[in-house]
Ligand binder design. Structure first.
Ligand SMILES: Cc1cc2nc3c(=O)[nH]c(=O)nc-3n(C[C@H](O)[C@H](O)[C@H](O)COP(=O)(O)OP(=O)(O)OC[C@H]3O[C@@H](n4cnc5c(N)ncnc54)[C@H](O)[C@@H]3O)c2cc1C
Length: 553
């Protein structure tokens, strides 16, 4: 059941307490409560997702981001690599949240061992608006019986045909691939979405709603976790939380484990508030060090997102501009879960790798994990989903897939409610800028190919007088880059016994008992993909690890 207030909780005894009811937290809550003997409490700072249409309609997700609804509205510190600009970093504050490998020496996190967990989470759904799906996804790489609905886009976009034609015109540079989520993502593919039956899916709809009546599953919303507290020597199973700065703080102790799933920013913030981090840095802000784990909040890796745009020679329905069409589309969605509101974001996506002999690697080490790993990805869109431009505009977003730069999450003060300092570290490593510059050439070749002749007009950003490989291009990138909100690494996993890192391969906080971390922060290096699916898979495996540790089920 979902509780709005601490006083409503039917009991204060829980085996596991999970801080953060986001993507990972609700997966773990669902799996652990499959055993009816296990009592779980989830504590979430945001409110309930139930009945909120903005979270259900795919097109409306564009507004969630731009209007900062259900968001922490975090902003970065001034970024030297972005000419001193600050940039917004989106992350969800609501139930469902922002809905690996040799580094650890643990084969359990290898691709081969993880693929069953990706499949376990997924229930492939047909998107009637896409048409035949034959050859447009690889069924061998997908799950069909899991909780989370996943599908191709139900809305065919005007630009889709141009993208696919480009793969036929220029197959050497831009090959079509059947499925970007099957282990070899380099090429152009149909994007896969957490959408089913025209409706967005999340950990809240897939992992919480179907089991919300389990008597052993308790979810407390509007409750912000401030700290973890030492329960007994070396064991941190007690959590402190409150609604806001002025209301009383409460404490509860888990009999078995406390699990932090507050995300790549929330979890390190809770640890640092608790005095768990780099003792010197903690003292500098006035926080009493309690346990030394210097890597907490470090190694923050996050894909920079670089926008390019062209004027387009076609008027495409833009639901963020045309209010009448938007109302009609919403009515259609409410009535039948069909129509243009069932999609919106880029229905194709492409991942690229610079050649091994690229001049970029003459001066820089290759930051990617291996030959199947992209250096950057692009998304092409002209329907105003990302930028509600009233004039027809072709938007191309480049995301640097495996940035070498690292940022950090640190505390500003001793007030646990104060947002932390978020340093994205963008373009501190020169290779990231070199890749961003190269991506511009690739994007230009893509959208000016024969298929685009009638459609692509003059370049808008960067302006047409900006040449490739020029300092003007570098300045444009510094002045326009934002973030993809694909953060990882702030509570990174490392080999057992390694001095760096925050958790061991079993996701236990190093040197601490009773405390585990399960969220995007434990992923040590950017996956060869966006982060949502890897977080689900990590949370599924984490649940198995926890169940095995406590002989559950
Ligand atoms: C706008 C946006 C768009 C994205 N688009 C994509 C995409 O297209 N594809 C993709 O693969 N990935 C995407 N991602 C990334 C993906 O959603 C995240 O990597 C993933 O959801 C992270 O899961 P998590 O469990 O680590 O954190 P979250 O899902 O963010 O969950 C953390 C939860 O903890 C709560 N919380 C935080 N601090 C506290 C506290 N102190 N006390 C209590 N609760 C707290 C939060 O409110 C939240 O509910 C996107 C992310 C964002 C923000």
């Amino acid at each position: 059941k979902i509780y709005e207030d601490f006083s409503e909780l039917p009991s204060k005894d829980f085996d596991f307490i999970i801080a953060g009811g986001g993507t990972a937290g609700l997966v773990v809550a669902n799996r652990l409560t499959e055993d009816p003997r296990v009592k779980v409490l989830v504590i979430e700072a945001g409110g309930s997702h139930q009945g909120i249409i903005d979270l259900q309609v795919p097109w409306l997700s564009s507004r969630l981001r731009s209007e900062g609804i259900f968001d922490w509205n975090t902003t970065s510190t001034p970024q030297p690599g972005l000419n001193g600009r600050t940039v917004p970093y989106s992350r969800a504050r609501v139930l469902g949240g922002s809905s690996s490998h040799k580094i650890t020496g643990d084969e359990g996190w290898s691709w081969k061992e993880m693929i069953p967990y990706f499949k376990k989470t997924e229930r492939w759904a047909v998107a009637p608006g896409h048409g035949s799906e034959q050859g447009d996804f690889d069924p061998r790489a997908h799950g069909f019986r899991g909780p989370l609905g996943v599908s191709l886009s139900n809305v065919r976009q005007f630009t889709d045909a141009l993208v696919i034609q480009t793969t036929k015109d220029l197959p050497d540079e831009f090959p079509f691939i059947e499925d970007a989520n099957a282990g070899r993502p380099i090429g152009v593919a149909w994007t896969q979405f957490t959408i089913a039956n025209g409706t967005r899916t999340s950990s809240a709809t897939a992992y919480l709603d179907p089991v919300v009546d389990r008597p052993n599953l308790n979810v407390l919303v509007n409750s912000y976790v401030t700290r973890v507290v030492e329960t007994s020597k070396g064991s941190f199973r007690t959590v402190e939380f409150g609604q806001n700065q002025t209301t009383p703080r409460r404490q509860l102790t888990a009999t078995k484990e406390l699990i932090l799933s507050a995300g790549v920013i929330g979890t390190p913030q809770i640890l640092l508030n608790s005095g768990i981090g780099d003792p010197k840095e903690l003292k500098n802000v006035g926080v009493q060090p309690v346990f030394s784990l210097p890597s907490v909040g470090k190694n923050f890796s996050n894909e920079p997102s670089v926008p390019f745009s062209w004027a387009a020679n076609e008027t495409i329905l833009n639901l963020n501009v045309n209010e009448t069409a938007s109302q009609e589309a919403l009515q259609e969605w409410i009535t039948s879960r069909t129509g243009p509101m069932t999609g919106g974001s880029e229905s194709t996506s492409a991942y690229f790798r610079l050649p091994d002999n690229s001049s970029v690697f003459a001066e820089n080490a290759d930051p990617s994990a291996g030959p199947n790993t992209p250096h950057f990805g692009i998304g092409i869109n002209a329907n105003g989903y990302f930028v509600a431009n009233p004039d027809p505009t072709l938007q191309v977003r480049v995301e640097i897939s495996e940035p070498a730069s690292r940022g950090s999450v640190t505390l500003k003060s001793t007030d646990p409610f104060e947002p932390p300092l978020l340093d994205l570290g963008y373009f501190l490593a020169p290779v990231d800028m070199a890749i961003a510059k190269e991506s511009f050439n690739t994007v230009q070749r893509f959208v000016t190919g024969t298929a685009w002749k009638e459609f692509t007009l003059n370049r808008i950003t960067p302006p047409s007088n900006v040449a490739a490989d020029s300092d003007d291009l570098v300045q444009y990138i510094r002045n326009s880059t934002g973030t993809a909100s694909h953060g990882i690494g702030t509570t990174a996993m490392s080999a057992r016994g390694a001095k760096h890192g925050v958790v061991d391969p079993d996701l236990r906080a190093k040197g601490i008992s009773g405390l585990r971390i399960v969220d995007a922060g434990v992923i040590p290096l950017s996956p060869s993909a966006n982060t949502q699916a890897p977080v689900y898979a990590v949370a599924e495996r984490a649940s198995d690890i926890i169940e095995a540790a406590w002989n559950l089920k």
